[in-house]
Design a protein around this ligand. Structure first.
Ligand code: N01
Length: 534
């Protein structure tokens, strides 16, 4: 057992973790990182499934620090997993953070000792490390969700969840492959493997209202020319709703003429990426009228690409399955065209749910046995709260985080929670998380947390925790903003509705990045208003 005290423990070595470790070290803290994986990269390590690629375009899905972008060039507008992993290695070469991290070390327990104002953190190997502060950078999608499907354990072929796909890959060529789930992971696997497998059977419960990625190669020369604009771009993304390079259209889509609206939609569509989702009319998530207008536009565009009328209706139904954008749209590359191939079958689980997986097939309620060699389980995550709830974190009232949050999520500013002193988390519950470009959200929250810890050290304060009132006010505010939006109409991981028994509520702050930044900055300027310091 190690008894060496540490100033700060950082859990997780993805975008948030690496940056937090770096900032803390630069401020002179003794910092120790723990990472479950054997390497850095966070979700980009774990999601080794075929076709994994980021849905945010260059240059926003990277650190905004000049030292890290000035000599780094990508090959594609939306980089793939392998390139992202190389980027992480490049970042480590510049920031030299790996040496602070203990890999293959899953944090299983953490307990706060009020007599010393320290955390005792236990890793899977049984070792305990003590630390004044703890920062969880565990991401929003660290706990894969595998539904209890009867017989899955009896399947004699190969099956894996996308986020636990073998690092060495699985040969899909010439095989009969099933994909269960059509979220971002499922869509990427489907479009990647449809052309090489012998047969692909897609089990879809809800269609993905996917948007065109408009992928393209980008050259070093192109990026060199652009780099003089990067500082301004990185400044600007912090002023936009979701940390991208565009603002929403500052008008209500419901108030403009059909011609104007259609022209705007066409422009958004041509640009592709997330712009039709996050840069659409300002009332897209609050006005059913605007939302349905865009859904109709999307449906008509997509249907043109699917030849079979039955598949058209399943993939792009006449009526919206949920308001557009209230479930995360994926960016697609010829995803819909894949369904025109003779080796691709689409099974609608709405009509024919899976009843059992046998030794060699997926059996649906109509009695059909879909024989397959490989099953890709693309059923998502116990998202946002699951990453923290899976760790047995006990604060001052001896309750685990999971117990505390079971009746309802409570945080202060999506970075702290009452009764868990000296504990911070980022890119997680009640933060802008799912509605913010990942690196941007991580940088903003990481800088805030490190500034806060520095302030505490410089003022000889050994303990910080939010007051119950502050937590209540923030959590109510999150719920209030959310209740005025259309998100609650979709069953999605945004609200926990994808996990049976999980409380349905807003897991994210949906008020936009500028409002979030304004609030957390004001709190810091006021000497950490809403916190109890001692
Ligand atoms: O997970 P999901 P994901 N039987 O929860 C279906 C990020 N990400 O891993 O919609 C049958 O979105 C479920 O159906 P339904 C990104 O933020 C990013 O795809 O609940 N099906 C759904 O189709 C993303 O949003 C990238 O009806 C079942 C699917 O499984 C988030 O991670 C790439 C089922 C789950 O979709 C999660 O994406 C990948 C059951 N019992 C992930 N249970 C990029 O940036 C669930 N489903 C590219």
């Amino acid at each position: 057992m190690s008894t060496q005290p540490t100033d700060v423990i950082v859990v997780g070595a993805g975008f948030g973790g690496l940056y937090t470790i770096y900032l803390l070290r630069e401020r002179g803290f003794n910092v120790k990182g723990f990472e479950e994986a054997p390497e850095i990269g966070g979700c980009w390590y774990w999601n080794a499934y075929p076709g994994a690629r980021v849905d945010s375009d260059v240059p926003i899905y990277e650190y905004s620090k000049e030292e890290l972008w000035k000599d780094w060039n990508w090959t594609e507008k939306f980089p793939g997993r392998q390139e992202l992993r190389k980027y992480f290695e490049y970042v480590d070469g510049k920031l030299d953070v790996k040496r602070h991290i203990q890999f293959n070390s899953r944090v299983v327990d953490a307990e706060f000792d009020p007599s010393t104002d320290r955390w005792a953190v236990r890793t899977q190997d049984g070792n305990i490390t003590y630390s004044r502060f703890m920062v969880f950078c565990t991401g929003f999608a660290a706990k894969p969700y595998i539904p209890s499907i009867k017989g899955l354990e009896n399947f004699k072929g190969i099956w894996h969840h996308t986020a636990r796909w073998p690092q060495e890959g699985v040969e899909l060529k010439g095989k009969r492959v099933a994909v269960i789930g059509t979220g971002a992971s499922g869509v990427q696997v489907i479009q990647e493997c449809a052309t090489e497998v012998a047969k692909l059977t897609v089990f879809q419960r809800t269609p993905n209202l996917a948007l065109p990625m408009r992928q393209r190669k980008i050259t070093e020369e192109f990026q060199s020319e652009q780099k003089s604009t990067y500082p301004e771009k990185y400044r600007r993304i912090k002023t936009t709703f979701a940390g991208f390079l565009y603002h929403t259209i500052p008008k209500n889509g419901a108030d403009v003429s059909t011609e104007e609206r259609t022209a705007a939609f066409e422009e958004l569509w041509d640009e592709g990426g997330f712009r039709p989702w996050l840069g659409n009319y300002v009332d897209l998530f609050t006005s059913r009228i605007t939302n349905e207008h865009f859904y109709d536009f999307w449906r008509d565009k997509v249907r043109q690409r699917i030849s079979d009328p039955v598949k058209q209706e399943l993939l792009a139904p006449t009526k919206p399955p949920h308001p557009f954008g209230t479930k995360r749209p994926c960016l697609e590359q010829e995803y819909f065209e894949m369904y025109n191939r003779s080796n691709v079958e689409l099974v609608s689980l709405k009509e024919n749910p899976i009843v059992e997986i046998t030794e060699k097939a997926v059996r649906t309620s109509d009695g059909v046995e879909h024989e397959v060699d490989i099953i890709v389980v693309a059923t998502g995550f116990d998202a946002v709260t699951g990453s923290l709830a899976r760790i047995n974190i006990k604060g001052t009232d001896c309750r685990s985080i999971e117990e505390k949050w079971a009746p309802g999520l409570k945080t202060y500013m999506g970075m702290t929670t009452a009764n868990y002193p000296n504990m911070f988390f980022l890119y997680g519950p009640h933060g802008p998380t799912a509605f913010c470009n990942g690196p941007t959200c991580c940088e903003i929250q990481s800088e805030w947390i490190v500034n806060c810890i520095t302030y505490l050290r410089d003022n000889n304060i050994t303990r910080i925790e939010p007051s119950r009132e502050a937590e209540e006010e923030w959590s109510n505010n999150v719920d209030k903003i959310f209740s005025g939006q259309l998100f609650s109409e979709a069953k999605s991981w945004y609200t926990g509705a994808n996990i049976p028994g999980k409380k349905v509520q807003s897991l994210n702050f949906t008020g936009g990045l500028p409002a979030y930044v304004e609030r957390i900055s004001t709190v810091a300027k006021k000497g950490y208003e809403g916190f109890i310091l001692s």
